[in-house]
Design a binder for this molecule. Sequence first.
Ligand code: GAR
Length: 203
Amino acid sequence: MEHKKAKVAVLVSGGGTNLQAMIDAQGSVIKNGEIALVISNKADAYALTRAKNAGIETAVVLKKDYDNQTAFEDAIIELLTAHQIDLIVLAGFMSILSAHFTSRYDKRILNVHPSLIPSFCGKGFYGLRVHEAALSYGVKVTGATVHFVNEIPDGGEIVLQKAVAIRPSDTPETLQKRVMQQAEWKILPRAVEIVSKKIIKES
Ligand code: GAR
C-alpha cells in the first residue's frame, strides 16, 4: 500500500522551471509529498502548461477579479482548503501575500528566492532584478535560498541555501540561469521533501 503523502500546492506566475524541477523530483527526491494543485495569478503562465502536461490540476486566480488583496487571498485560501492542501510552495509567484494569508499557514509556506538571504531580498527584489543588484554590488558569490514565508517579504526562517560563484563574464541573464540550475532546482525539491516528511510524521 502506498503511504500517505503531504498534499502540495504550488503558486506560480511565470515560466515554472522550479515547478518543473519539483515535478521531476516526485518519487525520487520528493517521497513524502505530491503536487496536487498549481495556482497561477497569470492566465498565460507557461507553468500552467507544465502542470497540465504532468496531469496536475490547475487554477487561475487574477487579482483584477477581486475588490482588494484580502478578497484575492480568500479566493486562493478557498482553493487550498477545498483541496486539503498541507504545504504551499511559492515558485516564482510574483505577488506578495499579506499577513491575512501567511498567518493561516505558519511553517506551511515555502518560497524560493534567487539570492543568499539576507542579501538582495525583500520588496522590489524579484526575478532578474536580484541578479542585476548582485552584479552591480560586485559580490563574488551569490546563490539561492528556500525559506518559510511569514508577513515579512523574504523574512521567514531559512530552510536551505546553496552558493553559486559569480564569473567576471556574467550578465544578469547568465547568472540567473546558473543560479537556477546549480541552486534553485536542487534545493527547492529537497526543502519540499524535508517539510513534507515532517508534516507526515506529525499527522
Ligand atoms: C526564480 O528564479 C525564482 O527564484 C524567482 O523567480 C524565478 C521564477 O522562475 N523568484 C523571485 O524572485 C521571488 N522573489 P520559474 O518560474 O522558472 O520557476
